[in-house]
Design a protein around this ligand. Sequence first.
Ligand code: ADP
Ligand code: MG
Length: 385
Amino acid sequence: MPWLSYKGGEEICYIRNFITPPQNALDVNPTPSPRKLNEPDYKSLRRVMSSSLAIETKDLGRIYKLRGSKKETRRELVALEGVNLTVERGELFGLLGPNGAGKTTLIKVLTTLLSPTSGWARVAGADVTAEPESVRQKINMVSGGESSGYGLLTVRENLWMFSQFYGVPSKEANERIEALLEMVGMKDRMHTKSSDLSTGLRQKMNIVRGFLTEPEVLFLDEPTLGLDVGAMRDVRRFILEWLKAYKERTLLLTTHYMMEADELCDRVAIINKGKVLACDKPSVLKQRLQKDALFEIEVSPLNGLTQQMLVDQPEVAKAAVSETETGAKLSLSLVEESALARVINLFTQSDVKVMNLSKREPTLEDVFVDLVGRNMAEEESNGAG
Ligand SMILES: Nc1ncnc2c1ncn2[C@@H]1O[C@H](COP(=O)(O)OP(=O)(O)O)[C@@H](O)[C@H]1O
Ligand SMILES: [Mg+2]
């Protein structure tokens, strides 16, 4: 067939392998030999596992071997360590963490593209290492920012081709393609060549590709990465609508957008440097911080007033200061609301004017700061991983 011979041929192999693989075809970083010492009897453990789980991992780890120019310079990078997660069928589960946290690595292990170095994982009732083909038949995966799709083909042709790799009957595939494109507001683009699509529309097409095979478990790695606000909103709404229509399907998405995880996910695992730090409903995670009162204050230039001077006030638990065009923005976490009066007093003494003051609810960003001691952006610039 002609499309096998042109540039995109490699990816076709990839998609094919996804269904009928040579084992670990994409594992560019071969797995070190499995641990032997003190290894628990996973087989007997698996027997007692509940089949209602869509995803289950136990002490899952992944180490990358980094190749230096000389043999002695070889290093190991621990990308995942001791990950224990369970995701129920029907859940929309989020993996939230900064760049380099290990989110993509975890998705690759769960989708059988990468072998774990330690521990085990089951997806849709099958073990990712022992039964990869069984897992692959029941899942699908889309990565944000991927440039998949064949430019010469139209949107409909691209999607139809992928549906055929999964053995969806042609007539049914066409019906699903129309319905899904309608849902993402792209029906009028059905006959547009995919090379003529904007980034946002191409990403929507890729996402449709993920849903097209009606997978038991769908993995979306940063589905809204690089999209404009409108396209982001469309993609999020589409995800929620689809899950409403297919209640028993499970969706695991990764994101480094706090609001996205908060807005979409039933439960969220906060992951940093390969470890899961907390896992619960967003509301429960935020409740941990509800004991502190959070205030945002916009002020005129600080006139020498420092973050430390604010934190030194009794009952001020945390203070973050950022400069703005007109002065500064302060984010305060107060053990007692009465501390606010002392802070305001401090402003008056330094001739700093309060322009805006609001009390706010905690966000997942606050949860991350509480767990890690730094916000996500700082953690990234400090070279997580
Ligand atoms: N193929 C690879 N070889 C070596 N290191 C890798 C490879 N892929 C990812 N890493 C490293 O593993 C860590 C986790 O990466 P990744 O899973 O991509 O994180 P995230 O998706 O959360 O941004 C990072 O430090 C990254 O540099
Ligand atoms: Mg990633």
